[in-house]
Write a protein that binds this ligand. Structure first.
Ligand code: SF4
Length: 362
């Protein structure tokens, strides 16, 4: 063990939160926690996790669950299809007579992707693999001065090199915990950090800013950022997500914008919006078409559609922010969205004397 590893593990031993899934090696319980954590913050998952396990204490119980019981137990935890895939994984495990222990074997289970397979391999079977979530990637990029736009495979390879192989459970938990508590997207509390003397980003505001969300920065733009119509798409669909009199916008390279995505056909609009919002941690309760318009383009005009969307629970994250209507309309809007801004201004004219929508400088 080198000095940096020792410092981090000592810090973790003292500061780790007592999250309920950290005390188990049961692959079923770890899989349940990982699927829940894909859409919801750890503090909110803890209680729901224990309630879910009270209903479905093991893989056999979940494998036998009918849709109604499953959806009831999952309510408020994001897409029900995730719970169904969790059940499908349990059925596959029972059919195979037990859990696979390798990353490859785990990834062959229904609904288990590369990240979850690694988490299961490390936390349930103590395999020496690095688990790279957004928190771990941020910490790694900052400590080692890595470019946060590196492809995920390269960040994964750097995480494998940093891994303390003798105790992958403690190590992976410690790196993620440092990213959740000290080296966060909102602030790097370097004075409290066990790696403050080993870090290449400490005191470098520019590096701290560009490393807030490394894995998201490496994602395709349509997943997190200002949407652009993919080649031949011809349509952009926007979500006006509302909750408690406020609207959701996300941080893109050129400022705060509504969540949006490029699609090819009108019939793709609702499913694409639902998938986009699910990636942000939101499950669609209702989506109503609000406004459509055409943007002149070099080829055929680009069609824009906006849906007024309500979610089961408002998502949260460093790249998301809720705005009152007047605040939203005071932002610089991309010229292509001014017809929507004007529609929104008319919609809210009674509750505030809103100025004409502001256009972004371009
Ligand atoms: S010293 Fe600061 S930037 Fe570096 S890992 Fe620690 S909290 Fe993050």
């Amino acid at each position: 063990m080198d000095e940096a590893q020792a410092l981090l593990l000592a810090w973790y031993a003292e500061h780790a939160r007592p999250l309920p899934w950290r005390g188990t090696r049961d692959p079923y319980r770890i899989l349940v926690s990982e699927v829940m954590l894909q859409q919801t913050q750890a503090a909110r998952v803890a209680d729901r996790y224990l309630r879910f396990l009270a209903v479905f204490p093991d893989a056999a119980a979940l494998a036998e669950a009918d849709d109604e019981r499953l959806h009831r137990a999952w309510k408020g935890l994001g897409y029900p299809s995730r719970a169904e895939r969790l059940r499908a994984a349990c059925r596959a495990v029972l059919a195979a007579g037990g859990w696979p222990t390798s990353v490859e074997g785990l990834q062959a289970l229904p609904g288990v992707g590369p990240y979850t397979a690694r988490a299961l391999a490390a936390f349930a079977f103590a395999q020496p693999v690095a688990v790279l979530d957004t928190n771990a990637a941020r910490v790694l990029c900052r400590r080692d001065g890595l470019d946060p736009r590196l492809p995920r495979a390269q960040l994964q390879e750097r995480a494998e090199r940093a891994l303390y192989r003798a105790d992958p459970i403690a190590w992976n938990n410690a790196v993620m915990e440092l990213g959740a508590l000290v080296c966060t997207a909102q602030a790097a509390r370097c004075a409290l950090c066990p790696w403050r003397l080993h870090c290449r980003s400490r005191g470098d505001d520019r590096r701290l800013a560009i490393t807030r969300s490394p894995l998201r920065a490496a994602s395709p733009r349509h997943e997190y950022g200002a949407p652009r119509a993919p080649r031949g798409a011809g349509r952009l669909v926007w979500a006006l997500v509302h909750d408690g009199g406020r609207y959701l916008a996300w941080s893109a390279a050129d400022g705060w914008v509504l969540p949006g995505i490029g699609v090819r056909r009108a019939s793709d609009e609702r499913p694409a919006l639902a998938a986009l919002l699910a990636a942000l941690g939101g499950e669609v309760l209702a989506a109503r078409f609000l406004h459509g318009w055409y943007e002149p383009a070099a080829g055929p005009p680009l069609r824009h559609s906006c849906y007024r969307v309500r979610l089961f629970a408002p998502p949260a994250g460093s790249a998301l922010r809720w705005w009152r209507p007047a605040e939203l309309l005071a932002l610089p809007w991309p010229p292509a969205l001014l017809p929507l801004a004007e529609r929104l201004r008319r919609y809210h004219r009674r509750e505030a004397r809103l100025p004409p929508p502001a256009a972004a400088l371009s």
